[in-house]
Design a binder for this molecule. Sequence first.
Ligand code: PMT
Length: 401
Amino acid sequence: MTLAQRRILLGVSGGIAAYKSCELVRRLRELGAEVRVVMTESATRFVGAATFQALSGQPVRVSLWDASAEAAMGHIELARWAERILVAPASADLLARLAHGHADDLLSTLCLASAAPLQVAPAMNRQMWAHPAVQANIQTLQRRGVQVLGPASGEQACGDVGSGRMLEPQALRDAMVASFGDGMLAGLRVLVSAGPTYEDIDPVRFIGNRSSGRMGFALAEAAALAGASVTLIAGPVSLPTPTGVLARVDVRSAAQMHAAVLAAAAEADIYIGTAAVGDYRPAEVATRKLKKKAGADLFLQLAENPDILASLSAQAGHPFLVGFAAETHDVLPYAHEKLQRKGLDMIAANQVGEGIGFEASDNALSVVWNGGSIDLARASKSVLARQLVAILAERYRAARA
Ligand code: PMT
Protein backbone atom coordinates (compact mmCIF):
# COMPACT_ATOMS: atom_id res chain seq x y z
CA MET A 1 0.00 0.00 0.00
CA THR A 2 1.51 3.31 -0.97
CA LEU A 3 0.69 6.97 -1.45
CA ALA A 4 4.22 7.88 -2.51
CA GLN A 5 4.36 11.43 -3.88
CA ARG A 6 0.57 11.71 -3.94
CA ARG A 7 -0.55 15.30 -3.32
CA ILE A 8 -3.42 15.42 -0.85
CA LEU A 9 -5.19 18.53 0.32
CA LEU A 10 -6.80 17.90 3.69
CA GLY A 11 -9.64 20.27 4.55
CA VAL A 12 -10.53 20.48 8.23
CA SER A 13 -13.84 22.03 9.24
CA GLY A 14 -15.14 22.86 12.70
CA GLY A 15 -15.94 19.80 14.77
CA ILE A 16 -14.55 17.92 17.72
CA ALA A 17 -13.43 15.14 15.33
CA ALA A 18 -10.77 17.59 14.05
CA TYR A 19 -8.39 16.07 16.60
CA LYS A 20 -8.59 12.74 14.70
CA SER A 21 -7.41 14.52 11.55
CA CYS A 22 -4.02 15.09 13.21
CA GLU A 23 -3.62 11.31 13.29
CA LEU A 24 -4.89 11.16 9.69
CA VAL A 25 -2.08 13.49 8.53
CA ARG A 26 0.45 11.14 10.12
CA ARG A 27 -1.15 8.06 8.53
CA LEU A 28 -1.15 9.66 5.07
CA ARG A 29 2.45 10.77 5.38
CA GLU A 30 3.53 7.32 6.61
CA LEU A 31 2.56 6.03 3.16
CA GLY A 32 4.58 8.75 1.44
CA ALA A 33 1.86 11.32 0.68
CA GLU A 34 2.50 15.04 0.62
CA VAL A 35 -0.23 16.65 2.71
CA ARG A 36 -1.25 20.29 2.84
CA VAL A 37 -3.87 21.34 5.35
CA VAL A 38 -6.52 24.01 4.93
CA MET A 39 -8.66 24.80 7.96
CA THR A 40 -11.89 26.73 8.35
CA GLU A 41 -11.97 29.47 11.00
CA SER A 42 -14.15 27.26 13.21
CA ALA A 43 -11.72 24.34 12.91
CA THR A 44 -9.00 26.48 14.52
CA ARG A 45 -11.17 26.63 17.64
CA PHE A 46 -10.75 22.86 18.05
CA VAL A 47 -7.13 22.31 16.96
CA GLY A 48 -4.40 24.90 16.47
CA ALA A 49 -2.94 25.46 13.00
CA ALA A 50 0.53 24.94 14.50
CA THR A 51 -0.32 21.28 15.22
CA PHE A 52 -1.20 20.57 11.59
CA GLN A 53 1.80 22.59 10.44
CA ALA A 54 4.15 20.45 12.53
CA LEU A 55 2.52 17.19 11.43
CA SER A 56 2.31 18.00 7.73
CA GLY A 57 5.63 19.86 7.51
CA GLN A 58 3.83 22.49 5.41
CA PRO A 59 2.33 25.90 6.19
CA VAL A 60 -1.35 25.65 7.07
CA ARG A 61 -3.79 28.01 5.32
CA VAL A 62 -6.99 29.32 6.86
CA SER A 63 -7.92 32.58 5.22
CA LEU A 64 -8.69 33.54 1.65
CA TRP A 65 -7.26 36.95 2.57
CA ASP A 66 -3.72 35.83 3.36
CA ALA A 67 -1.81 38.70 1.68
CA SER A 68 1.51 36.87 1.19
CA ALA A 69 0.01 33.69 -0.29
CA GLU A 70 -2.63 35.44 -2.36
CA ALA A 71 -0.19 37.86 -4.02
CA ALA A 72 0.60 34.88 -6.28
CA MET A 73 -3.05 33.63 -6.38
CA GLY A 74 -2.19 31.00 -3.73
CA HIS A 75 -5.64 29.44 -3.67
CA ILE A 76 -5.56 28.70 -7.40
CA GLU A 77 -2.06 27.25 -7.11
CA LEU A 78 -3.27 25.05 -4.22
CA ALA A 79 -6.39 23.98 -6.16
CA ARG A 80 -4.20 22.91 -9.11
CA TRP A 81 -1.61 21.24 -6.87
CA ALA A 82 -4.08 18.86 -5.22
CA GLU A 83 -4.62 15.37 -6.69
CA ARG A 84 -7.31 14.67 -4.08
CA ILE A 85 -9.23 16.88 -1.67
CA LEU A 86 -10.41 15.17 1.51
CA VAL A 87 -12.52 17.17 3.96
CA ALA A 88 -12.35 15.49 7.37
CA PRO A 89 -14.23 16.27 9.47
CA ALA A 90 -16.94 17.67 7.20
CA SER A 91 -19.42 19.53 9.40
CA ALA A 92 -23.12 19.93 8.52
CA ASP A 93 -22.42 23.59 7.72
CA LEU A 94 -19.54 22.80 5.38
CA LEU A 95 -21.58 20.11 3.58
CA ALA A 96 -24.41 22.64 3.09
CA ARG A 97 -21.99 25.22 1.69
CA LEU A 98 -20.45 22.64 -0.68
CA ALA A 99 -23.86 21.40 -1.81
CA HIS A 100 -24.92 24.96 -2.63
CA GLY A 101 -21.67 25.98 -4.30
CA HIS A 102 -20.65 28.66 -1.78
CA ALA A 103 -17.16 30.13 -1.96
CA ASP A 104 -17.17 32.16 1.23
CA ASP A 105 -13.92 30.92 2.74
CA LEU A 106 -10.67 29.37 1.52
CA LEU A 107 -11.73 25.73 1.88
CA SER A 108 -15.08 26.03 0.07
CA THR A 109 -13.41 28.14 -2.65
CA LEU A 110 -10.73 25.47 -3.18
CA CYS A 111 -13.38 22.75 -3.49
CA LEU A 112 -15.00 24.76 -6.30
CA ALA A 113 -11.76 25.80 -7.96
CA SER A 114 -10.15 22.36 -8.09
CA ALA A 115 -10.66 19.57 -10.62
CA ALA A 116 -9.40 17.02 -8.06
CA PRO A 117 -11.85 14.35 -6.87
CA LEU A 118 -13.49 15.41 -3.61
CA GLN A 119 -14.04 13.14 -0.61
CA VAL A 120 -15.91 14.19 2.52
CA ALA A 121 -15.96 12.47 5.90
CA PRO A 122 -19.05 13.78 7.71
CA ALA A 123 -18.92 14.15 11.49
CA MET A 124 -21.81 15.47 13.54
CA ASN A 125 -24.44 14.65 16.14
CA ARG A 126 -26.75 11.79 15.05
CA GLN A 127 -29.87 14.05 15.00
CA MET A 128 -28.09 16.48 12.72
CA TRP A 129 -26.91 13.66 10.45
CA ALA A 130 -30.47 12.27 10.20
CA HIS A 131 -31.98 15.71 9.45
CA PRO A 132 -33.62 15.80 5.99
CA ALA A 133 -31.69 18.98 5.12
CA VAL A 134 -28.34 17.28 5.74
CA GLN A 135 -29.43 14.13 3.90
CA ALA A 136 -30.59 16.21 0.92
CA ASN A 137 -27.20 17.96 0.80
CA ILE A 138 -25.42 14.59 0.94
CA GLN A 139 -27.50 13.28 -1.94
CA THR A 140 -26.75 16.40 -3.98
CA LEU A 141 -23.03 15.95 -3.38
CA GLN A 142 -23.15 12.21 -4.19
CA ARG A 143 -25.00 12.92 -7.45
CA ARG A 144 -22.12 15.22 -8.39
CA GLY A 145 -19.62 12.44 -7.78
CA VAL A 146 -18.38 13.50 -4.34
CA GLN A 147 -17.33 10.41 -2.39
CA VAL A 148 -18.97 10.35 1.03
CA LEU A 149 -16.89 8.36 3.50
CA GLY A 150 -18.97 7.22 6.46
CA PRO A 151 -20.09 8.34 8.93
CA ALA A 152 -19.69 5.48 11.37
CA SER A 153 -22.06 4.55 14.18
CA GLY A 154 -21.20 4.52 17.85
CA GLU A 155 -20.79 6.71 20.89
CA GLN A 156 -20.53 10.40 20.10
CA ALA A 157 -18.68 13.22 21.85
CA CYS A 158 -22.04 14.64 23.02
CA GLY A 159 -22.92 11.33 24.72
CA ASP A 160 -25.48 10.24 22.11
CA VAL A 161 -25.14 6.89 20.40
CA GLY A 162 -25.87 6.59 16.70
CA SER A 163 -24.67 7.41 13.21
CA GLY A 164 -22.53 10.52 12.79
CA ARG A 165 -19.04 9.69 14.05
CA MET A 166 -16.18 10.49 11.70
CA LEU A 167 -14.52 7.36 10.30
CA GLU A 168 -11.26 6.41 11.97
CA PRO A 169 -8.06 7.78 10.36
CA GLN A 170 -7.02 4.29 9.21
CA ALA A 171 -10.30 3.79 7.31
CA LEU A 172 -9.98 7.24 5.69
CA ARG A 173 -6.42 6.47 4.69
CA ASP A 174 -7.48 3.11 3.17
CA ALA A 175 -10.24 4.89 1.22
CA MET A 176 -7.65 7.38 -0.03
CA VAL A 177 -5.34 4.57 -1.19
CA ALA A 178 -8.27 2.85 -2.93
CA SER A 179 -9.27 6.10 -4.64
CA PHE A 180 -5.95 6.06 -6.50
CA GLY A 181 -6.92 2.67 -7.88
CA ASP A 182 -3.93 0.77 -6.52
CA GLY A 183 -6.21 -1.89 -5.05
CA MET A 184 -6.64 -5.53 -5.94
CA LEU A 185 -10.00 -4.90 -7.61
CA ALA A 186 -9.07 -1.60 -9.25
CA GLY A 187 -11.09 -0.94 -12.38
CA LEU A 188 -13.64 -3.70 -11.66
CA ARG A 189 -17.35 -3.23 -11.04
CA VAL A 190 -18.64 -5.31 -8.17
CA LEU A 191 -22.29 -5.92 -7.36
CA VAL A 192 -23.12 -7.17 -3.85
CA SER A 193 -26.45 -8.32 -2.44
CA ALA A 194 -26.88 -8.27 1.33
CA GLY A 195 -29.41 -8.83 4.06
CA PRO A 196 -32.66 -10.75 4.23
CA THR A 197 -35.78 -10.52 2.09
CA TYR A 198 -39.26 -10.04 3.53
CA GLU A 199 -42.13 -11.88 1.86
CA ASP A 200 -45.40 -10.21 2.78
CA ILE A 201 -48.30 -12.28 4.05
CA ASP A 202 -50.65 -9.34 4.63
CA PRO A 203 -50.16 -5.60 5.34
CA VAL A 204 -48.66 -6.30 8.79
CA ARG A 205 -46.96 -9.71 8.60
CA PHE A 206 -44.17 -11.19 6.57
CA ILE A 207 -41.87 -14.21 6.29
CA GLY A 208 -38.26 -13.14 6.82
CA ASN A 209 -34.97 -14.47 8.13
CA ARG A 210 -32.28 -13.49 10.60
CA SER A 211 -29.74 -12.00 8.19
CA SER A 212 -28.57 -8.60 9.46
CA GLY A 213 -26.73 -7.58 6.27
CA ARG A 214 -23.43 -7.26 8.15
CA MET A 215 -21.48 -9.80 6.06
CA GLY A 216 -22.64 -8.30 2.76
CA PHE A 217 -22.03 -4.72 3.90
CA ALA A 218 -18.52 -5.66 5.08
CA LEU A 219 -17.85 -7.20 1.66
CA ALA A 220 -19.14 -4.13 -0.15
CA GLU A 221 -16.79 -1.97 1.92
CA ALA A 222 -13.82 -4.32 1.43
CA ALA A 223 -14.39 -4.40 -2.34
CA ALA A 224 -14.59 -0.58 -2.46
CA LEU A 225 -11.39 -0.31 -0.42
CA ALA A 226 -9.76 -2.68 -2.91
CA GLY A 227 -10.53 -0.16 -5.63
CA ALA A 228 -13.75 -1.59 -7.12
CA SER A 229 -16.78 0.48 -8.10
CA VAL A 230 -19.37 -1.09 -5.84
CA THR A 231 -23.15 -1.25 -6.13
CA LEU A 232 -24.97 -2.65 -3.13
CA ILE A 233 -28.44 -4.18 -3.30
CA ALA A 234 -29.71 -4.26 0.28
CA GLY A 235 -32.67 -6.09 1.75
CA PRO A 236 -34.45 -4.58 4.75
CA VAL A 237 -31.57 -3.83 7.14
CA SER A 238 -30.72 -0.90 9.37
CA LEU A 239 -27.10 -0.37 8.39
CA PRO A 240 -25.49 2.80 7.00
CA THR A 241 -24.03 2.62 3.50
CA PRO A 242 -20.41 1.49 3.82
CA THR A 243 -17.42 3.64 2.99
CA GLY A 244 -16.75 4.08 -0.69
CA VAL A 245 -19.88 2.35 -2.02
CA LEU A 246 -21.01 4.19 -5.14
CA ALA A 247 -24.66 3.21 -5.29
CA ARG A 248 -27.13 1.50 -2.97
CA VAL A 249 -30.54 0.13 -3.94
CA ASP A 250 -32.89 -0.83 -1.08
CA VAL A 251 -35.37 -3.63 -1.72
CA ARG A 252 -37.77 -5.67 0.41
CA SER A 253 -38.82 -8.91 -1.29
CA ALA A 254 -36.96 -11.63 -3.20
CA ALA A 255 -38.75 -10.56 -6.39
CA GLN A 256 -37.54 -6.96 -5.92
CA MET A 257 -34.00 -8.17 -5.19
CA HIS A 258 -34.10 -10.42 -8.25
CA ALA A 259 -35.16 -7.48 -10.45
CA ALA A 260 -32.61 -5.06 -8.94
CA VAL A 261 -29.70 -7.50 -9.22
CA LEU A 262 -30.52 -8.48 -12.80
CA ALA A 263 -30.85 -4.81 -13.81
CA ALA A 264 -27.45 -3.94 -12.31
CA ALA A 265 -25.64 -7.15 -13.36
CA ALA A 266 -25.28 -6.05 -16.98
CA GLU A 267 -22.82 -3.42 -15.72
CA ALA A 268 -20.96 -5.71 -13.30
CA ASP A 269 -17.79 -7.78 -13.59
CA ILE A 270 -18.41 -9.65 -10.34
CA TYR A 271 -21.61 -10.50 -8.43
CA ILE A 272 -21.39 -11.54 -4.77
CA GLY A 273 -24.65 -13.01 -3.50
CA THR A 274 -24.39 -12.61 0.26
CA ALA A 275 -28.12 -12.04 0.71
CA ALA A 276 -30.25 -14.63 2.43
CA VAL A 277 -32.94 -14.60 -0.22
CA GLY A 278 -36.31 -16.14 0.70
CA ASP A 279 -36.80 -19.33 -1.30
CA TYR A 280 -40.60 -19.07 -1.03
CA ARG A 281 -43.26 -16.36 -0.76
CA PRO A 282 -46.95 -16.55 0.12
CA ALA A 283 -48.78 -17.50 -3.08
CA GLU A 284 -51.22 -14.66 -2.40
CA VAL A 285 -50.67 -11.48 -0.38
CA ALA A 286 -53.82 -10.56 1.55
CA THR A 287 -54.79 -6.91 1.07
CA ARG A 288 -56.35 -6.79 4.55
CA LYS A 289 -54.92 -8.02 7.84
CA LEU A 290 -55.73 -11.73 8.27
CA LYS A 291 -58.05 -12.25 11.21
CA LYS A 292 -57.52 -14.95 13.80
CA LYS A 293 -60.13 -17.69 13.75
CA ALA A 294 -60.10 -19.19 17.23
CA GLY A 295 -59.70 -22.94 17.29
CA ALA A 296 -58.71 -23.24 13.61
CA ASP A 297 -55.25 -23.73 12.15
CA LEU A 298 -54.15 -21.44 9.33
CA PHE A 299 -52.43 -22.80 6.22
CA LEU A 300 -50.29 -20.65 3.97
CA GLN A 301 -49.60 -21.76 0.45
CA LEU A 302 -46.09 -20.80 -0.65
CA ALA A 303 -44.87 -20.21 -4.17
CA GLU A 304 -41.21 -20.66 -5.16
CA ASN A 305 -39.15 -17.49 -5.70
CA PRO A 306 -36.85 -17.16 -8.71
CA ASP A 307 -33.21 -17.96 -7.94
CA ILE A 308 -31.07 -14.87 -8.59
CA LEU A 309 -27.75 -16.68 -8.99
CA ALA A 310 -29.26 -19.35 -11.24
CA SER A 311 -30.90 -16.65 -13.41
CA LEU A 312 -27.55 -14.90 -13.79
CA SER A 313 -25.58 -18.04 -14.54
CA ALA A 314 -28.04 -18.86 -17.33
CA GLN A 315 -27.20 -15.57 -19.09
CA ALA A 316 -24.45 -15.38 -21.69
CA GLY A 317 -21.54 -13.15 -20.65
CA HIS A 318 -22.65 -13.10 -17.00
CA PRO A 319 -20.43 -11.64 -14.27
CA PHE A 320 -18.04 -13.80 -12.22
CA LEU A 321 -20.44 -15.37 -9.72
CA VAL A 322 -19.78 -15.74 -6.01
CA GLY A 323 -22.45 -17.44 -3.91
CA PHE A 324 -22.82 -17.89 -0.18
CA ALA A 325 -24.20 -20.86 1.69
CA ALA A 326 -25.33 -20.87 5.30
CA GLU A 327 -25.90 -24.31 6.72
CA THR A 328 -26.51 -25.82 10.14
CA HIS A 329 -24.74 -29.10 9.17
CA ASP A 330 -22.77 -30.77 6.33
CA VAL A 331 -21.49 -27.33 5.28
CA LEU A 332 -18.89 -28.48 2.75
CA PRO A 333 -20.95 -31.11 0.87
CA TYR A 334 -23.80 -28.57 0.51
CA ALA A 335 -21.33 -25.90 -0.66
CA HIS A 336 -19.95 -28.19 -3.38
CA GLU A 337 -23.48 -29.13 -4.45
CA LYS A 338 -24.56 -25.43 -4.68
CA LEU A 339 -21.39 -24.49 -6.58
CA GLN A 340 -22.29 -27.01 -9.31
CA ARG A 341 -26.09 -26.67 -9.28
CA LYS A 342 -26.09 -22.86 -9.46
CA GLY A 343 -23.20 -22.68 -11.96
CA LEU A 344 -21.00 -20.55 -9.67
CA ASP A 345 -17.33 -19.58 -9.95
CA MET A 346 -16.84 -19.58 -6.20
CA ILE A 347 -18.87 -20.15 -3.03
CA ALA A 348 -18.28 -19.08 0.59
CA ALA A 349 -19.92 -21.44 3.04
CA ASN A 350 -20.56 -20.68 6.67
CA GLN A 351 -21.96 -22.68 9.53
CA VAL A 352 -24.73 -20.92 11.41
CA GLY A 353 -24.62 -21.28 15.17
CA GLU A 354 -24.24 -19.52 18.50
CA GLY A 355 -22.37 -16.20 18.03
CA ILE A 356 -21.47 -16.91 14.42
CA GLY A 357 -23.04 -16.51 10.96
CA PHE A 358 -26.45 -14.83 10.99
CA GLU A 359 -26.73 -11.54 12.97
CA ALA A 360 -23.42 -12.02 14.81
CA SER A 361 -20.38 -9.81 14.32
CA ASP A 362 -18.14 -12.87 13.65
CA ASN A 363 -18.16 -15.53 10.99
CA ALA A 364 -15.94 -18.34 9.65
CA LEU A 365 -15.87 -19.32 6.00
CA SER A 366 -14.91 -22.23 3.77
CA VAL A 367 -14.29 -20.84 0.32
CA VAL A 368 -14.67 -23.37 -2.49
CA TRP A 369 -14.10 -23.20 -6.24
CA ASN A 370 -13.63 -25.81 -8.96
CA GLY A 371 -10.28 -27.37 -8.13
CA GLY A 372 -9.58 -25.71 -4.79
CA SER A 373 -10.74 -24.53 -1.41
CA ILE A 374 -9.50 -22.57 1.57
CA ASP A 375 -10.73 -22.23 5.16
CA LEU A 376 -10.89 -18.79 6.76
CA ALA A 377 -10.86 -19.11 10.54
CA ARG A 378 -13.36 -17.35 12.80
CA ALA A 379 -12.88 -13.57 12.77
CA SER A 380 -14.92 -10.39 12.55
CA LYS A 381 -16.94 -10.03 9.35
CA SER A 382 -14.83 -7.05 8.25
CA VAL A 383 -11.59 -9.04 8.58
CA LEU A 384 -13.11 -11.99 6.72
CA ALA A 385 -14.44 -9.68 4.03
CA ARG A 386 -10.93 -8.37 3.34
CA GLN A 387 -9.57 -11.94 3.19
CA LEU A 388 -12.37 -13.03 0.87
CA VAL A 389 -11.77 -10.05 -1.44
CA ALA A 390 -8.09 -11.04 -1.73
CA ILE A 391 -9.08 -14.61 -2.73
CA LEU A 392 -11.74 -13.29 -5.08
CA ALA A 393 -9.27 -10.97 -6.84
CA GLU A 394 -6.93 -13.92 -7.41
CA ARG A 395 -9.68 -16.31 -8.60
CA TYR A 396 -11.16 -13.63 -10.88
CA ARG A 397 -7.83 -12.98 -12.57
CA ALA A 398 -7.14 -16.73 -12.89
CA ALA A 399 -10.56 -17.28 -14.51
CA ARG A 400 -10.18 -14.35 -16.94
CA ALA A 401 -6.52 -15.02 -17.79
O1 PMT B 1 -26.38 -10.87 7.10
P1 PMT B 1 -25.58 -11.46 8.24
O2 PMT B 1 -26.34 -11.45 9.54
O3 PMT B 1 -24.21 -10.87 8.34
O4 PMT B 1 -25.36 -13.03 7.92
C1 PMT B 1 -24.61 -13.40 6.80
C2 PMT B 1 -25.20 -14.64 6.13
C3 PMT B 1 -25.13 -15.81 7.08
C4 PMT B 1 -26.65 -14.39 5.71
C5 PMT B 1 -24.32 -14.88 4.83
O5 PMT B 1 -23.00 -15.11 5.22
C6 PMT B 1 -24.82 -16.09 4.05
O6 PMT B 1 -24.43 -17.22 4.28
N1 PMT B 1 -25.71 -15.84 3.06
C7 PMT B 1 -26.36 -16.91 2.27
C8 PMT B 1 -27.52 -17.45 3.05
C9 PMT B 1 -28.10 -18.75 2.48
O7 PMT B 1 -28.30 -19.68 3.15
O8 PMT B 1 -28.29 -18.75 1.27
P2 PMT B 1 -28.98 -19.99 0.48
O9 PMT B 1 -28.37 -21.30 0.80
O10 PMT B 1 -30.47 -19.86 0.62
O11 PMT B 1 -28.58 -19.60 -0.96
C10 PMT B 1 -27.33 -19.90 -1.54
C11 PMT B 1 -26.92 -18.79 -2.46
O12 PMT B 1 -27.96 -18.60 -3.42
C12 PMT B 1 -26.73 -17.44 -1.77
O13 PMT B 1 -25.63 -16.82 -2.36
C13 PMT B 1 -28.01 -16.68 -2.07
O14 PMT B 1 -27.80 -15.27 -2.16
C14 PMT B 1 -28.40 -17.26 -3.43
N2 PMT B 1 -29.85 -17.27 -3.67
C15 PMT B 1 -30.70 -17.92 -2.86
C16 PMT B 1 -32.06 -17.92 -3.14
C17 PMT B 1 -32.53 -17.23 -4.27
N3 PMT B 1 -33.81 -17.17 -4.56
N4 PMT B 1 -31.66 -16.59 -5.07
C18 PMT B 1 -30.33 -16.61 -4.80
O15 PMT B 1 -29.52 -16.03 -5.54
